[in-house]
Design a protein around this ligand. Structure first.
Ligand SMILES: NC(=O)c1ccc[n+]([C@@H]2O[C@H](COP(=O)([O-])OP(=O)(O)OC[C@H]3O[C@@H](n4cnc5c(N)ncnc54)[C@H](O)[C@@H]3O)[C@@H](O)[C@H]2O)c1
Ligand SMILES: [Zn+2]
Length: 410
């Protein structure tokens, strides 16, 4: 279909430590924007939906499928003529592995499968090292192709292995969670955790292909499904009021995994992420807007029950409510829009209040020790209206504490 790309965000500066961003489609709701183009390619099963991430010579496709591991495997095979080194975990493998391997075989490429432990605690250099051992034992060289088959943990670890083995080999993402599909598989951030903090070790390494089979989400647990939708709502808030309004109409259908609704949700989220990454691959500015809700979220995640279990999306949901409330208190955002966001978050089955027992002062302390704090100033992405955010590093701490108390913190 080849519709041309256009620069569709504007980036203007405000007086006090604030940058104002908006990513507004100019012509039509889903008109392709900078950093992304849109086309349909004819797959063997008809028209295949594709979003292109434009990064010069590192550009790649995000392709969408529905319960079609065979078509997906054919597309993967085109990038790994010498075989696929598939990284996954036992949970995903038990559910979906056999069919994928068979499909890869039929597509004519041998594959070697290495499973890593399930969970964030396996996102470590030890796991990476084990993967190098296997690659070397199997005599893979510079033409190796690493395929990540799983959620964000598998993707981040496998991507880091691909970025560093032999100074970098081909990498393909086959994401199986909402978070991986709309966030971690797109954009090239790879890495592992360090005992002192999350994602402290990593590299930028773009995949050659992101192959998204939406039907994998049918087996995802409810916490991960709902949590992923926090990031989806985030995209509406930071970049696309029309998408937000569409979510207000279609949230239940999307959560019920109705194919068309789900495809729109994941596709539009990928487009926005692709656009932001295309404009700022290494997070020197614009990419920071993807952290909307995350300053509060990271603090909540490091306390209480959220520390033991992984509830990132749930923490982001609370963080977005807190960011909106902060903007409201600073007179930058309207009550009506804050309520629209709160209500959509609730309908997505996500929390809107700080978990019981957490203390506002402790949360503030956690925010101060976040690795992203620059020059001792807390940085917040705050909404100006639905679809447009601004970055502020001048929010008074009393306001932050007040907001946290209002949302239920001690
Ligand atoms: N690189 C990036 O830009 C980026 C962005 C966001 C998050 N992340 C990282 O992603 C990770 C979180 O990713 P996640 O939320 O996908 O968590 P995850 O990878 O731990 O997956 C969540 C759970 O779902 C299971 N699972 C995966 N697919 C399934 C399926 N189809 N059916 C049933 N179960 C399935 C997994 O085994 C796991 O138990 C974190 O480590 C985070 O730091 C990275
Ligand atoms: Zn997030």
């Amino acid at each position: 279909m080849g519709r041309g790309a256009s620069l569709a965000f504007f980036w203007s500066f405000r007086a006090v430590g604030a940058k104002r961003f908006s990513l507004l489609p100019r012509v039509a709701p889903h008109f392709p924007m900078h950093g992304m183009s849109e086309r349909s390619s004819l797959g063997e099963n008809g028209n295949r939906d594709v979003v292109r991430v434009e990064l010069g010579e590192r550009s790649y496709d995000i392709r969408f499928y529905w319960d079609e591991p065979e078509a997906l495997a054919r597309d993967v095979a085109a990038f790994c003529p010498e075989g696929a080194f598939v990284v996954s975990n036992p949970t995903i493998w038990h559910l979906h592995g056999e069919r994928l391997v068979r499909a890869l075989e039929v597509a004519g490429i041998p594959s070697c499968v290495e499973l890593i432990g399930d969970g964030e605690r396996f996102k470590t250099l030890e796991t990476v090292s084990r993967l190098y051992d296997r690659l070397i034992a199997e005599r893979y060289g510079r033409r190796a192709c690493v395929v990540a088959f799983g959620g964000g943990v598998v993707g981040d670890v496998a991507g880091f292995v691909a970025a560093t083995f032999m100074r970098g080999v081909s990498f393909i993402q086959v994401p199986t969670t909402v978070v991986a599909m709309v966030d971690s598989a797109v954009g090239g951030k790879t890495g592992v955790d360090h005992p002192r903090g999350k994602n402290l070790i990593g590299a930028f390494w773009q995949p050659r292909l992101v192959a998204v089979d939406l039907a994998y989400l049918r087996t995802l647990g409810p916490n991960d499904l709902h949590g992923g939708f926090a990031e989806v709502i985030k995209y509406g808030m930071i970049a696309d009021a029309e998408f937000f309004a569409w979510l207000e109409e279609q949230m239940e259908r999307a959560l019920a995994l109705e194919r068309e609704a789900l495809q729109h949700v994941v596709r539009r989220s990928c487009e926005i992420k692709a656009q932001v990454v295309g404009a700022d691959e290494r997070e020197s500015g614009l990419r920071a807007i993807l952290n909307y809700g995350h300053t509060f979220a990271h603090a909540i995640e490091s306390c209480g029950e959220y520390r033991e279990r992984q509830f990132h999306g749930q923490a982001v949901a609370i963080g977005m409510v807190a960011a909106a409330e902060t903007a409201l208190q600073l007179g930058m955002f309207s009550c009506g829009e804050a309520e629209r966001q709160r209500s959509l978050i609730e309908r997505a089955g996500l929390p809107t209040r700080v978990p019981e027992g957490l203390c506002a002062d402790e949360l503030l302390d956690r925010m101060r020790s976040d690795k992203k704090v620059v020059g001792g100033r807390l940085r917040f992405i705050l909404p100006l209206r639905i679809g447009e955010v601004t970055i502020r590093d001048d929010v008074p701490e009393e306001v932050v504490v007040g907001v946290l108390r209002k949302l239920g913190a001690k």
